[in-house]
Write a protein that binds this ligand. Sequence first.
Ligand code: HEM
Ligand code: HEM
Length: 181
Amino acid sequence: IAQGNIEAGKAKSATCVACHGEDGNSPSDLYPKIAGQHESYLEKQLIQFKNGERSDPIMMGMVAGLSDQDMKDLAAYFSAQPATPETVSPEIAVAGRDLYMGGDKERGIPACTACHGPRGNGLELAKFPKISNQHPAYLKAQLEKFRSQARENDPNGMMGDISAKLTDADIELLSKYISAL
Ligand code: HEM
Ligand code: HEM
């Protein structure tokens, strides 16, 4: 993994930028930001859209014609772009902190920070993606997809198990909180 060429990726990115933005910071919250995400995670998502392990009608069409090298180059390019931060109200920043940083023992929810880190930067070596600086709407949609098993291909089903224990209110709060970590 991580043998992509940034310049080659930029040259191949023309179709992607229509939705994900010139530098991977999609202006619309209909589409996720992919700027600054770990290279190996981006490559893995593209491979999984291609082999059908992660299903999304739009992205499955996008990757159909990409070679292995195209996916590596695109991952290298978007990973190298800085992500633009989101902001949330101080109330959300305080309310989300307990659950994100400490989990909920009684309900069996692990602390998100254990894998995604205190700033939401994840840990590339362990395959834990960066989740901060992302549109809240996308974070919410992914947590709901994990919960309904519409997205269940994550390694060892980690997010499936965790999201099953989250209420709608938890997901609403965490999505906003994480976006501005
Ligand atoms: C998701 C890359 C083109 C719409 C993603 C993800 C990646 C990606 C890596 C997963 C993000 C994550 O897991 O955090 C690319 C690349 C493209 C491309 C490299 C060009 C080859 C497009 C275009 C559109 C689009 C043109 C819109 C027409 C979406 C949507 C999602 C997504 C809606 C979210 C899917 C979901 O909810 O699971 N893209 N994309 N992408 N992309 Fe693209
Ligand atoms: C992916 C949120 C706890 C491991 C994700 C994503 C979100 C998320 C939004 C999707 C990122 C994207 O599509 O770009 C959360 C929240 C947590 C939590 C809110 C706490 C309630 C954890 C924990 C672990 C973990 C404790 C490790 C045991 C992972 C992994 C992925 C992921 C491996 C990538 C899945 C894949 O490759 O498809 N998480 N997470 N998460 N998370 Fe978590």
